[in-house]
Write a protein that binds this ligand. Structure first.
Ligand code: HEM
Length: 410
């Protein structure tokens, strides 16, 4: 068993060090028992076939849990964790059906013109920030604001309330790397914020996803108060951190491979497959949410006993040489790119995948069209990553929008 003192991909904070730590992990085999930096013992399942099999295995179950679970008041745990991603059938089936009735394809498709308009306005900000040849942090100016605007608009969060939750969600999603009291405080703020939004929307329903979630019914069944609060919190958190990373990490991959950039410029119809390759090459979530084995589970030639915590590693699954030829290469024409596990697999496969793909295509397609000379600025070759047991996010991505610097007279 590896004890979590060696290189850990979760705590490595440069892109190259994280990749090297993952290479070290997979070199030891597709299934590894290890102790994380948090002191928790888990089984990391890093091979593609093994992770995919595990995600659909009937002998694993999600459980209510998460960082600092025991230090978080039970009332807050219930208000933030009673959602489909911590549920198992039949509860999961019921919750996913109820939520899918509100989170429909039609509602997502009608967002396309709004996503384009939000994107165009943000690209104006990028142009302004980069006008004098100055480096622009694409994460701060474009990658994060875009999905925040989209998910809050989709839910129907009033304009003046849209920025408020960002500080708390960053702490909540990366809870393990923060002290317990910081985490609990952020959960309390976020839950209070979501409850406030629900109360406001109950008083004044509108044509938006939050109103639909409040109203949704399946016969006599409906979402309980904790289920509703947890679901809105999940949508807010899942809906932007991951999509922001798709935009930022995907742009970084493309700009780091000029020949691929050139190919996409010459043949823009390749964009949908390019987005899949971005998700495979550098997925927004390093791992799926941990599960527990409910029976002994055979995977990758190892029998994991019942009652163990198992974690499918999405990052390494996408780079498994047994599944993807030249897995470390970035190839926007890769035929099997969409086989990645970045959106998970099985019953918990990402409910927001169509929205994320739509946002990714509009964001990256419009960015490249608007700035044909976009390139990485100094310091962007090996960008810093946030330490996290879950997300794979860059702290910043400095780019320049044009080749020529404007020398200002002064
Ligand atoms: C590129 C962006 C995204 C990525 C990479 C991503 C990734 C994932 C993954 C890996 C899972 C499964 C986790 C597991 O099995 O433990 C998941 C589930 C989920 N995602 Fe996403 N996601 C993205 C965007 C979104 C968006 C935009 C939304 C909604 C607005 C969303 C909502 C959800 C929900 C509700 C689930 C739970 C599904 C269930 O348990 O049945 N995601 N996502």
């Amino acid at each position: 068993m590896t004890v979590g003192t060696g290189p850990s991909p979760f705590t490595e904070t440069t892109t190259s060090a994280r990749r090297a730590a993952y290479e070290q992990l997979t070199a030891s085999g597709p299934v590894q028992e290890t102790v994380l930096f948090t002191g928790v013992r888990v089984w990391l399942v890093s091979g593609y076939a093994e992770a995919r099999a595990l995600l659909a295995h009937p002998g694993i179950a999600k459980r209510p849990g998460g960082p600092h679970f025991d230090q978080t008041p039970a009332e807050l745990n219930a208000a933030q964790n009673t959602h489909m991603l911590t549920s198992n059938p039949p509860d999961h089936t019921r919750l996913r059906r109820l939520v899918s009735a509100a989170f429909t394809r039609r509602r997502i498709d009608t967002m396309a013109p709004r996503i384009q308009a939000i994107t165009d306005a943000l690209l104006d900000d990028v142009a302004t920030a980069g006008r004098a040849g100055e480096p622009v942090d694409l994460a701060a100016v474009f990658g994060y604001p875009l999905p925040i605007a989209v998910i809050t608009e989709l839910l129907g969060v009033p304009e003046q309330r849209r920025e408020a939750f960002r500080d708390w969600t960053t702490i909540v999603i990366n809870g393990s790397v923060y002290p317990a009291d910081t985490y609990v405080d952020a959960v309390e703020q976020l839950v209070g914020y979501v409850r406030g939004l629900i109360a406001e929307k109950r008083a004044a329903p509108a044509d938006d996803l939050l109103s639909d979630l409040i109203a949704v019914r399946d016969g006599t069944d409906r979402l309980s108060e904790d289920e509703l609060t947890s679901m809105v919190k999940l949508l807010l958190v899942a809906g932007y951190e991951t999509t922001a990373s798709l935009i930022v990490l995907g742009t970084h991959a493309l700009l780091s491979h000029p020949e691929q950039r050139q190919l996409l410029r010459a043949e823009p119809d390749r964009l949908p497959v390019a987005i899949e390759e971005m998700l495979r090459y550098d997925p927004p979530l390093q791992v799926a949410i941990p599960s527990v084995t409910t029976t002994p589970v055979d995977v990758g030639g190892v029998t994991i006993p019942a009652g163990e915590v198992v974690v499918p590693v999405l990052f390494t699954a996408g780079r498994d040489p047994a599944r993807f030829e030249d897995p470390g290469g970035f190839d926007i024409a890769r035929a099997e790119a969409a086989q990645h596990l970045a959106f998970g697999h099985g019953i918990h496969h990402c409910l927001g995948a169509p929205l994320a793909r739509l946002e990714g295509r509009i964001a990256i397609g419009s960015l490249l069209a608007r700035f044909p000379d976009l390139h990485l600025a100094d310091g962007a070759a090996d960008p810093a990553r946030h330490p996290s047991l879950l997300v794979n996010a860059m702290a910043e991505l400095p780019v320049r929008t044009s080749r020529s610097r404007v020398h200002q007279q002064g």
